[in-house]
Design a protein around this ligand. Structure first.
Ligand code: SF4
Length: 455
């Protein structure tokens, strides 16, 4: 298999990445743009980049993902892509009629130094942007950062473009949901609504990338945060940002622009992180109903029942930083010991966050790293399970370790598009998947005399 020749012992590398644990910034920017109602994402670069970004999202969500491209060829690569983007803006509004075009840059347009703000200004001057339509942009060079940072940049861009400082505050709360799947966005909304709060979730890909089969194609499905809602984020009582890397920059931008106070929290995966989210909703005026107490109690009951199977097991985590921190905390709470946590996203605070979440300084936690490094760690000292995306299946197969698929991208399974892992219900779903993976392994390996009906 791909990583079968991974060498031990662990080697420290500074200048070489082997199978990175991330994808490129525009993928995250495109995903965030899809969370705006009637928005056409636009990739300012070559066709190949845009095809890759679209296919990554299409394969993960099993939905057609639309995006336009500036179609750079040799000429644009040498002389700049202004003419391409100007023509693209005219064509997109004429042919596809979106309300918004959300432009993100690519390696190429960043390297040649295209000034996208200036080009959009020129498009306004040349009347290429129809009345009541918008073009926004985010800088997403892929040779730095990761898809999570691309998501953060586009989310910040939409807030900066639309949020308006109000004459009077509204009675709603803005939630920046982080780089999570549509069911997770639905779940954070559901909990807030159950507590009696009015919320704006921005961006919101529910109703866009989880749509039903209707027999006809709808380029702009019913979901997504609307422009009116984005404008109204400026009059929110407060912002709750879920995940400091993916959501922190937009929340702080809203604070700077419209003086909306923000609370930056971990992604609400597991009991403690969901408790923090519920506490923040209470501070915003929400009231915890019996239904939420009930769900929390169910999760605690399952944790108690399953403790005997989880206790003392070990895990390795690979993926996006905000998600790994919360999963590491949850696993620690249910008795699973996290040994390794590896993210491809750069960020010096990652190791500290993992240690704070788990209360352990013996975990090897590494940012800006790769699958090869994790495989070396696992070859040196094995774990009972791995949490990661589809790419982790290669090392799991080589080392014969169960994989619990989490994060982005997941190409070879379904379920992540429809079932949340955030909130108390999401915690239940995650535990059910962990337990199934462990029990399936135990059944597979059990000698005939120990193959039990009740485990
Ligand atoms: S890494 Fe750069 S060149 Fe490659 S697909 Fe992403 S934007 Fe394009």
């Amino acid at each position: 298999m791909l990583l079968r020749h991974t060498a031990t012992p662990v080697t420290e590398r500074q200048a070489l990445t082997i199978q990175p644990a991330k994808t490129c910034q525009p993928v995250g920017a495109l995903y965030a743009a899809l969370g705006i109602h009637r928005c056409m994402p636009h990739s300012h670069g070559s066709q190949g980049c845009c095809s890759y970004h679209r296919s990554a999202l299409t394969r993960h969500y099993k939905e057609p993902v639309m995006a336009a491209t500036s179609c750079f060829t040799e000429g644009a690569s040498v002389f700049g892509g202004q003419a391409n983007l100007l023509e693209a803006i005219t064509n997109i509004f004429t042919v596809y009629s979106p309300d918004i075009i959300a432009v993100h840059t690519t390696c190429l347009s960043e390297t040649i130094g295209d000034d996208v703000h200036q080009i959009i200004g020129r498009a306004h001057e040349e009347n290429r942007i129809p009345e009541g339509k918008w073009v926004i942009s985010a800088s997403t060079p892929s040779y730095v950062g990761s898809h999570v940072m691309g998501f953060a940049s586009m989310t910040k861009a939409m807030i900066e473009a639309f949020a308006v400082t109000p004459k009077r505050r509204g009675n709603h709360v803005t939630i920046i949901p982080g780089f999570v799947d549509p069911p997770d966005m639905i779940e954070v909304k559901r909990l807030a609504t159950l507590m009696g709060l009015k919320v704006i979730v921005a961006p919101d890909t529910s109703g866009v990338l989880d749509t039903p089969q209707t027999g006809h194609y709808d380029m702009y499905p019913s979901g997504g945060v609307t422009v009116d809602q984005l404008v109204a984020t400026g009059s929110s009582l407060g912002t709750i940002a879920l995940g400091p890397i993916a959501s922190g920059p937009a929340a702080r931008a809203l604070d700077v622009k419209c003086k909306v106070p923000c609370t930056v929290l971990p992604l609400p995966i597991g009991v403690r992180a969901t408790d923090e989210y519920i506490t923040a909703l209470r501070s915003a005026g929400g009231v915890v109903p019996e239904a939420i107490d009930y769900e929390r109690g169910q999760l605690l009951d399952v944790i108690t029942d399953m403790q005997q199977y989880f206790y003392g097991k070990t895990a390795a985590l690979i993926g996006d930083p905000d998600q790994l921190v919360s999963i590491a905390q949850f696993l620690t709470d249910v008795g699973i010991r996290v040994k390794y946590a590896v993210t491809g996203t750069p960020g010096k605070k990652f190791a500290n966050r993992i240690q704070a979440a788990t209360g352990s300084d013996s975990i090897i936690a590494r940012d800006a790293s790769d699958y090869y490094y994790l495989h070396q760690l696992i070859k040196t000292e094995k774990v009972d399970m791995v949490f990661g995306n589809t790419y982790a299946k290669y090392l799991c197969r080589d080392e014969d370790i169960p994989l619990i698929r989490t994060g982005f991208p997941i190409y070879d399974r379904i379920g992540h598009q429809y079932f949340p892992i955030v909130g108390y219900r999401g915690g239940l779903r995650l535990l059910e998947r962990i337990l199934s993976a462990l029990m399936d392994r135990q059944d597979r390996d059990a000698p005939e005399e120990s193959f039990e009906l009740v485990m």
